[in-house]
Ligand binder design. Sequence first.
Ligand SMILES: NC(=O)c1ccc[n+]([C@@H]2O[C@H](COP(=O)([O-])OP(=O)(O)OC[C@H]3O[C@@H](n4cnc5c(N)ncnc54)[C@H](OP(=O)(O)O)[C@@H]3O)[C@@H](O)[C@H]2O)c1
Length: 341
Amino acid sequence: MEKIQVACYGLGAVGSLIAKFLLQKEGIQIAGAIDISRDKVGKDLGEVLELNRKLGIMVSNDVENVMAKAKCNVVVHATGSYLKDVYEQIAPLAKYRADVISTCEELAYPYVSEPALARKLDALGIKYGVTFLGTGINPGFLMDTLVITLTGLCQRVDKVKVERVINAATRRVPFQKKIGAGLTLNEFKEKMASKEITGHVGLEQSISMIAAALRWEFDEITVESAEPVIAERDTENQAIKVKKGQVAGLKQTAHGIIEGKELITLNFQAYIGAEEECDSITIEGVPLIHQKISPCVHGDLATVAAVVNSIPKILKAPPGLLTMKDLPIPSAAVEDMRRYL
Ligand SMILES: NC(=O)c1ccc[n+]([C@@H]2O[C@H](COP(=O)([O-])OP(=O)(O)OC[C@H]3O[C@@H](n4cnc5c(N)ncnc54)[C@H](OP(=O)(O)O)[C@@H]3O)[C@@H](O)[C@H]2O)c1
């Protein structure tokens, strides 16, 4: 069987890690590379990935040209968090008969925030026989897919509480910027108000995905504004330096409520210097389930894995827009990718 042909769309911090991982995998070939960044367009992918070797794949901003030549089976996409921003990037890929796996947070469960775009993507996928999937560590796995999987052991589910605490010091710079690390309190407030920084995106999507799996219909899903976490000391060894009194990151909580009762609570904390990193899930019900991963799973590495491990699953999936809850249970594709087809 021929190698699976993949195009990499978006070669920032996460897209580059995905491309590097793909290069190590057997049974897969990178057939095209797309980005708009001036630093990358026109350069060999090997140079963009800082590999000290050429790969013979030019990074291009001409999507149509790359897609027409690449004849790829899958596009791995990592450019933005909001579906309204990335819709025009991913929708035209359908006509090239390529499945799309994207790290776009809203795409993990787009029916809640962008129902019209979600319906359009689903229809396009069905028309052209391709599948769209949004995945990653979160949303896409830790606060939704894993929770849903654990409820498979429950006779009754009364309440779900999930907490993720990340020490952002070890994460990529775009993530540190997104959570406001290194800003003054005023800068944080201004940039959040102007949406120059977004905080975490995806709590609403995770709650909605769990609710859809359990067939819970929420009266209300509320996502509180992100609260800044102020650094208690200087932290020196990061790309972004944070001084005592500056913002180290943020905390954010979301609630899913039916008839005044809070049935799902998600609490996300990411700041430089967080001492106890963990992913913790409590399902109150029968039986009680309490699961804790400590330290928390490394978001960037796991996002890369979630995307690449989804390749064989999406290739076998029915067409349309799917979410992680619609695919077979997640598993690592550690051998030649073609063995999973
Ligand atoms: N679901 C999850 O768990 C998860 C996990 C990790 C990341 N993410 C999300 O994945 C996205 C990528 O993350 P990142 O850290 O890699 O971001 P990043 O470093 O900012 O990289 C994005 C790359 O895409 C390029 N780009 C932007 N618009 C484009 C377009 N229209 N066409 C082609 N390329 C375009 C950017 O170029 P310029 O720099 O010139 O704009 C940049 O090179 C973010 O939205 C992030 O929040 C989700």
